[in-house]
Design a protein around this ligand. Structure first.
Ligand code: GLN
Length: 289
């Protein structure tokens, strides 16, 4: 429901109703220390208009105070709007999943390059899919890929499944622990953005609105990365690739583990800030298909 228009002469900010004007909301955001771009994105969502409209409609009423205060208190913008853009898709997100990060688009782009070099209908598995971000972005950009996505959390899978339906993208969604629901199956490409933050990382408290299990396996953060690398050869076709997102300081450890498990052609990709963010390699042998 859109908020009732303010009577003429009303001040820009009405504390009782939480209704303010666009300009009043931006002033409040500044006062609360909320990033202007975040405040604008929130106002755009609330008004149903884009940022250009906000600039020319500073007097328009908007009930933004409560949400701005929640944003200032650390709630993620994506939880307040319920959506997060990812690789050209608009995904619905809830507190049940990690909020997809732009850095993860690096992994998707790498996967799409590898898929472009293959003919036919390559098989892809996304492990720990969360909101479905990686699986759906791959399926959207490479419809001939047959994509399977796994998550341990039934609540996360419900979000992912809903995103798939809304976007009209056919992905097979399976619940279970990493490779457990994929027994006996092999893929041409396995991708994952597993929990990799160290258990004592000082940034974790700031991420408290997202599921801890999606962020950290505890310890040095490498446990799930290692487990995925160890098990992947049993689920890859000859020549099949494994791509993993990891922390900025984990590339060497991941490369070492990939080599230990006989992956070849190992390489890494940088995130948007230029830090090593994804590593991968392929099993020896000619790619089938
Ligand atoms: N990249 C995320 C962050 O640093 C963490 C994602 C993950 O642990 N897989 O906030």
């Amino acid at each position: 429901m859109s908020p009732a228009p303010l009577p003429a002469g009303e001040t820009a900010h009405s504390a009782t109703e939480g209704v303010t004007t666009v300009d009043g909301a931006l002033a409040l955001a500044r006062q609360l220390g909320v990033e202007r771009a975040d405040a604008q994105a929130l106002l755009a969502h609330l008004t149903g208009h884009d940022r250009a409209w906000l600039i020319t409609h500073g007097d328009a009423p908007v009930a933004a105070e409560d949400l701005l205060r929640r944003l200032a208190a650390g709630e993620p913008l994506a939880h307040l709007t319920g959506v997060q853009p990812f690789h050209g898709l608009l995904l619905q997100v809830t507190p049940a999943t990690l909020i997809p990060r732009p850095d993860t688009e690096t992994v998707v782009d790498w996967a799409l390059e590898l898929l472009a070099a293959r003919s036919g209908e390559p098989t892809v598995a996304d492990l720990g899919t969360g909101s479905g971000a990686i699986a759906l972005a791959i399926k959207a950009a490479c419809p001939r890929a047959r994509v399977t996505a796994v998550d341990l959390s039934a609540d996360a899978l419900a979000v992912a499944h809903g995103n798939g339906q809304r976007l009209g993208l056919a992905v097979q969604w399976l619940q279970g622990n990493w490779f457990q629901p994929l027994a006996g199956r092999r893929f041409d490409l396995i991708v994952s953005n597993p929990p990799y933050i160290a258990g004592d990382d000082p940034h974790l408290p700031a991420l408290r609105h997202e599921p801890l299990a999606a962020l950290t396996p505890g310890g040095d953060g490498l446990a799930d990365l290692h487990a995925l690398i160890d098990a992947a050869p049993g689920h890859l076709n000859p020549g099949g690739w494994l791509l993993l997102e990891h922390g900025w300081d984990q590339a060497a450890a991941v490369a070492q583990r990939l080599a230990l498990r006989d992956f070849v052609d190992t390489g890494l990709r940088l995130d948007l800030a230029g830090r090593a963010r994804a590593s991968g390699g392929r099993l020896p042998g000619p790619a089938t298909g």
